[in-house]
Design a protein around this ligand. Structure first.
Ligand code: HMG
Ligand code: MG
Length: 316
């Protein structure tokens, strides 16, 4: 075969973290956006395979209102089936009702999700910018009191389909409020994937004036094909936690035009090539993604996954 590439030795790039923590969101962000409902046993196997592939964090599902996200209405059953193996998998909770459901199952990590814009707060949470925070405050307080770790998302960090460009200062304002509540990590979401490398640099620089960069994560959807470029810039600017979804699953049912998250395989391939450790076995990851895409009966968005499955190249 022509064009065979073998990468035996990574080529390190200066200014990058030595290690990146990949925060896998495929089972939650990915599957929340699928048309059909995936059987719970398929989800369980997916999560187990992702954990076995070495992903340090797998966000498994959401304890939101089942009418709002029917695709994840089986959240309690999924987490019960995972048992001890899923105890450290974070789940989304928008409010105290969601937290109660997570507490009943003995879960140890939850994530609240705020919007940087007024319109998306209304569309996604049925709240205003201010009342979304009023909903999170007691949720976070009770979670912390119960010894549960809380991550916080800020969505629409670059642009919003209803309001247009979003000023970084709006992100700082919401992010600081969430951290003041006690969240331990702030994931900056390009929910509709409109940011480019310059936007990413500017956002991190502005947010980084008030918030320690070690608390930040990057959550890039790949709608315009910019996610890997944004991730590289984020890594060069002190971010070392990256959200991604196996195979490039994903989207948000309440954000028109939002496509999948950056594919975990593509991130792992890039990190491996640059000698940045992430602890993920790419072959086991591809096997996990293959199981779910076979079930969905469609091609993965991940270019790395498609290349590896087509055996065009002999890589890594
Ligand atoms: P609401 O209609 O305002 O709810 O929805 P409410 O507080 O008025 O309560 C109404 C009823 O819902 C009550 O029941 C509650 O108990 C029940 P009733 O008394 O009428 O029988 N209820 C619940 N039931 C189960 N679980 C719950 C829950 N909460 C209330 N947690 C609500 C407000 C927040 C619940 C709703 O808007 C919602 O569930 N939204 C979730 C939307 C969502 O999941 N979006 C996708 C995730 S965000 C995302 O993808 C972006 C991200 O990836 C980052 C990025 O990309 O930028 C994170
Ligand atoms: Mg998302």
């Amino acid at each position: 075969m022509t064009g065979v590439i073998t990468r035996a030795t990574p080529v390190p790039s200066p200014g990058l973290p030595g290690r990146v923590r990949i925060y896998e969101v495929g089972p939650r962000d990915g599957l929340q956006n699928e048309q059909g409902v995936i059987p719970v046993e398929v989800k369980e196997e997916f999560v187990r395979r992702l954990l076995a592939a070495g992903l340090p964090v797998v966000e498994a599902t959401s304890f939101v209102h089942p009418r709002w996200v029917p695709q994840l209405a089986d959240a309690a059953e999924l987490m019960s089936r995972l048992g001890d193996d899923g105890r450290d998998c974070p789940v989304l909770v928008p409010n105290e009702r969601g937290l109660d459901r997570a507490l009943e199952l003995g879960l140890r990590h939850v994530a609240v999700f705020a919007s940087a814009t007024e319109t998306f707060a209304a569309k996604n949470l049925n709240r205003t910018l201010e009342t979304q925070l009023e909903m999170f405050a007691p949720t976070v307080e009770r979670a912390l009191a119960a010894g549960i770790d809380v991550r916080a998302y800020v969505s629409m960090c670059f642009g919003d389909p209803w309001e247009g460009p979003v000023a970084p200062e709006q992100v700082v304002e919401v992010g600081q409020r969430l951290l003041a509540m006690g969240a331990t990590e702030l994931s900056l979401g390009d929910t509709i994937g409109v940011g480019t490398a310059g936007d990413t640099r500017r956002l991190i620089e502005v947010v980084g004036r008030d918030i320690d960069r070690s608390l930040l994560a990057g959550h890039f959807h790949d709608t315009y094909g910019q996610a890997l470029a944004n991730i590289l810039v984020a890594l060069q600017h002190g971010i070392s936690v990256i959200d991604s979804a196996a195979g490039g699953l994903g989207g948000c049912p309440y954000a028109a035009g939002a496509s999948g998250n950056v594919a975990t395989e593509d991130v792992v391939y890039m990190l491996n090539g640059m000698g940045v450790d992430c602890g993920v076995d790419i072959n086991a990851l591809v096997a996990a993604s293959t199981q779910i895409f076979d079930h969905l009966n469609r091609e993965p968005a991940s270019r790395t996954m498609r290349a590896l499955l087509a055996k065009h190249h002999n890589v890594i």
